[in-house]
Ligand binder design. Structure first.
Ligand SMILES: Nc1ncnc2c1ncn2[C@@H]1O[C@H](COP(=O)(O)OP(=O)(O)OP(=O)(O)O)[C@@H](O)[C@H]1O
Length: 490
C-alpha cells in the first residue's frame, strides 16, 4: 500500500528525516515511535503530501505521491493531526460531514443518502452521535478529538494517518478508538499509520513498529522486536523494565522512577507477628515483593499483610475466594494488599524461626497438618477434593531477590518440605507410600527488596541454605506439634 524509499527532507537547513525506508501493507496498523523531536510528525506530513521532501520516493499503491491530484489524495488519505482545530463555528454533524467533501461531485454538491448513512455510522462508532447538534466549540478536548476522528473516518480513506490519536482521550475512549481502528484494518482493509508516545498502547495494537531516532530509523519490526528494554533505554535514555501483558503475548514497559531507592527500609521479624485463635497475621510497614499461592493475592505482586486463617476442617463456601476476601475486610485487612491462606490446623501449633545470613536474613513460618497427605508420584489414585491447605509455608527474606531467586526459593522450600515428609514417615493413606506433601499446600515467598542482592536460591546458595534449614526445621516442628495434639485428643 505504501512504499517509502530513502526519504530525506524537512524544513529549512539540515534535513529532519534522514534516509528513511519502510513499507506498510494494506490492512496493517503501523506505529511510528520515537522521542520528542525525532521527526515523527515531519515524516507523517511528507506521507500525507503536506510537506515536500528533498530526496527519495513515496509510492502509494505503486504510484508516486506527486502524481496524484490533491482531490485524489484527499479521497485516499485522511489525516488526524495532533492539534486538529477548526476556525468556524460548526455543529458536530456539520464538522463530520466535511469528511464527505472529497467524495462529492461537481460544483453543486448534493448530499446523498449514502453520505448521511456513513456520517451517522461513524458518529455512532466514535461516540459523538448523541451530541451531533452541539457546537464543536462547546466540546471538551477529548470529545473534539473524537469528532475529528469521525470526520477522518467519514472520508472512507484507504490510508488513515494519525498523530497521537489517543492524546486527550480518557482510558475507555483510548481503548475504544484503538479497538475501532483495529477492527477497520481487519474488516475493511483500512491501512492505519499512527504516531504513538505510549509504547504499551503501540505494542498492544500495532502489527509493525518503526522506531525513529534523530530522524533515522533505529528499528522497524514487530512490537516484540522493537519494544525491547535495551533499545528503548538507548533511544529514550530512560530507565525502564519490561513485563508481560497478563492476557496477550505483547511486551509492556514500566518506568523505574528515581524515588525507588528511597523506599522505606523494612526488616521482617517475629515482632511483626500477631496471633489470635482465628488467624496469624504479619503486617509489614512497607509492601513486600511476593510470589505466592494464597487463596487471596496469589501470583506475583506487592503485598503488605499476610494472613493464615484457621477454618474448620469441614469448611465449605460456594466461592471461597470471595468468602476469604469478606473475612479479611471484616477483620480490618485490606484484601488488595493481603495474601490470605487457610488452614484447618490449630494455629498454636505454628513453628517459626529467624535465620541470619551475611547481610540478609530469613524468617520462616509454618503451620502443618498432614491429614490430607499425598504421595505426588501416585496422586492419580486420589479423587479431587478441595480442602483447606494443610502445610502453609511462609518465607520472608530481608534482602533483594531476582525473579530467578523467587522461583528457586519455592523449589528449595518444597524440597525441604518433601524431605520432612520422608523423615517424619508421613504416609499417603490411600497408597500407603511416603507422602511428598498434602493435597492443598500453600507457599509464600516475600522479600523486602532492600539490602543484599540475592541472585539465586538453589539449595546450596547462601539464601537456599537458610530456606532449606528454616523450612525443614519449622515443618518438622509443626508436624510434631500437630501429631502430639491429635494423639492427646485420642
Ligand atoms: N514548521 C517547522 N519549521 C522548522 N522546523 C520544524 C518545524 N516543525 C518541526 N520542526 C523541527 O523538526 C524536528 C522534528 O520535529 P517533529 O515535529 O517532526 O518531531 P516529533 O518526533 O513529531 O516530535 P514530538 O514527539 O515532540 O511531536 C524538531 O527539531 C523540530 O524543531
Amino acid at each position: 500500500m505504501l512504499n517509502v524509499d530513502n526519504l530525506s527532507g524537512g524544513y529549512t537547513g539540515d534535513p529532519v528525516v534522514k534516509d528513511v525506508s519502510f513499507q506498510v501493507q494494506k490492512g496493517e496498523l503501523f506505529g511510528i515511535l520515537g522521542p520528542n523531536g525525532s521527526g515523527k510528525t515531519t515524516l507523517l506530513k511528507m506521507i500525507s503530501g503536506i510537506l515536500p521532501f528533498d530526496n527519495g520516493t513515496i509510492l502509494i499503491k505503486g504510484q508516486s505521491i506527486g502524481s496524484y491530484s490533491t482531490k485524489e489524495l484527499a479521497k485516499m488519505i485522511a489525516v488526524l493531526s495532533q492539534h486538529s482545530t477548526q476556525a468556524f463555528s460548526y455543529t458536530v454533524k456539520e464538522t463530520v460531514s466535511l469528511g464527505r467533501y472529497a467524495h462529492q461531485k461537481g460544483w453543486f454538491h448534493s448530499w446523498s443518502d449514502e453520505d448521511e448513512r456513513i456520517v451517522q455510522e461513524v458518529m455512532t462508532q466514535t461516540g459523538v452521535a448523541a451530541f451531533q447538534e452541539k457546537n464543536i466549540q462547546e466540546l471538551s478536548g477529548g470529545e473534539r478529538q473524537r469528532v475529528f476522528l469521525a470526520q477522518a473516518l467519514a472520508q472512507e480513506p484507504e490510508i488513515l494517518l494519525l498523530d497521537e490519536p489517543t492524546n486527550h482521550l480518557d482510558l475507555s475512549y483510548q481503548k475504544e478508538l484503538l479497538d475501532l481502528l483495529k477492527r477497520w484494518t481487519r474488516e475493511k482493509g483500512l491501512t492505519v499509520i499512527s504516531i504513538f508516545h505510549d509504547l504499551n498502547l503501540a505494542s498492544l495494537y500495532c502489527d509493525q513498529l518503526l522506531l525513529l531516532e534523530k530522524g533515522r530509523i533505529h528499528s522497524n519490526d514487530h512490537p516484540n522486536e522493537v519494544v525491547r528494554v535495551e533499545k528503548i533505554k538507548e533511544v529514550y535514555r530512560t530507565d525502564i523494565e519490561k513485563q508481560p501483558h497478563p492476557k496477550i503475548p505483547v511486551p509492556q514497559m514500566v518506568l523505574i522512577p528515581n524515588w525507588q531507592g528511597e523506599s522505606e527500609q523494612v526488616m521482617i521479624g517475629p515482632e511483626h507477628m500477631r496471633m489470635t485463635k482465628e488467624h496469624i497475621s504479619i503486617q509489614s510497614d512497607a509492601p513486600l515483593r511476593t510470589m505466592s499461592s494464597g487463596v487471596v493475592g496469589a501470583g506475583v505482586g506487592w503485598n503488605q499483610t499476610f494472613v493464615n486463617r484457621h477454618v474448620d476442617k469441614n469448611y465449605h463456601a460456594f466461592d471461597h475466594r470471595q468468602e476469604m476476601q469478606d473475612y479479611l475486610k471484616k477483620n480490618g485487612f485490606d484484601p488488595s494488599v493481603t495474601i490470605g491462606m487457610m488452614t484447618a490446623v490449630v494455629l498454636e501449633d505454628v513453628a517459626y524461626k529467624v535465620l541470619k545470613g551475611e547481610e540478609f536474613s530469613v524468617m520462616v513460618v509454618v503451620t502443618a497438618g498432614v491429614g490430607n497427605a499425598v504421595d505426588a508420584s501416585k496422586s492419580d489414585q486420589h479423587a479431587f477434593e478441595a480442602v483447606p491447605g494443610t502445610i502453609n509455608i511462609w518465607v520472608f527474606v530481608n534482602g533483594e531477590l531476582t525473579e530467578e531467586a523467587f522461583i528457586q526459593s519455592i523449589m528449595t522450600a518444597t524440597e525441604a518440605k518433601v524431605k520432612v515428609m520422608e523423615d517424619q514417615e508421613v504416609l499417603d493413606t490411600i497408597t500407603g507410600t511416603v507422602a511428598t506433601g498434602t493435597s492443598t499446600d500453600s507457599i509464600l515467598i516475600a522479600a523486602t527488596q532492600n539490602g543484599r542482592m540475592l541472585e539465586f536460591a538453589g539449595t546450596i546458595t547462601p539464601l537456599g541454605k537458610l530456606i532449606s534449614r528454616g523450612v525443614y526445621d519449622c515443618t518438622t516442628e509443626a508436624i510434631k506439634k500437630s501429631r502430639r495434639r491429635i494423639r492427646n485428643l485420642c
